[in-house]
Design a protein around this ligand. Structure first.
Ligand code: HEC
Length: 120
């Protein structure tokens, strides 16, 4: 009797591990595929215009000198995130980062994106 209980328990544990591995793998692939499937149009960096939008909308969380605060530092964000990712984060938000789709025009988001992406 005892043998069968142990057998069942190990069996269930084994199934659980197989289940976790099987469901864990696709999740990892999803993360890898998150790179957005579009291209942010090329435009000239307008640091002055971008800086002004940044001053009024972003410094509360990212700091006056992009050093970070409630949000991460953005001083070299261009070297870690693609332009498309920066654009998507600003437009759609992520975690504690609010979405700015409704508060900024497409042009303003592009101006910010192009500027941030140039900071390496
Ligand atoms: C209410 C606070 C807040 C405001 C305002 C805010 N952010 Fe953020 N931002 C965050 C947080 C928190 C994160 C980290 C999100 C995460 O961990 O997924 C973040 C992440 C980011 C990232 C990605 C950084 C990285 O290394 O992954 C970018 C780019 C960014 N913000 C740009 C901006 C811009 C541009 C503005 C102004 C239009 C702005 N943020 C305004 C809080 C804020």
């Amino acid at each position: 009797m005892y043998k069968w209980i142990m057998f069942t328990l190990f069996g269930l544990a084994g199934l659980l591990i197989i289940f976790l591995v099987a469901t864990g793998l696709p999740e990892k692939q999803e993360v890898a595929e998150q790179e957005p499937q579009f291209t942010v149009p090329e435009m000239a960096v307008d640091a002055e215009a971008a800086g002004q939008i940044f001053q009024s909308r972003c410094i509360s969380c990212h700091g006056t000198d992009l050093q970070g605060g409630a949000g991460p530092a953005l001083a070299t964000v261009g070297s870690t995130l693609s332009k498309e990712r920066i654009y998507t984060v600003i437009k759609e938000g992520r975690g504690g980062m609010p979405s700015f789709e409704k508060q900024l025009s497409e042009d303003e988001i592009l101006t910010l994106t192009t500027w941030l992406s140039s900071l390496k």
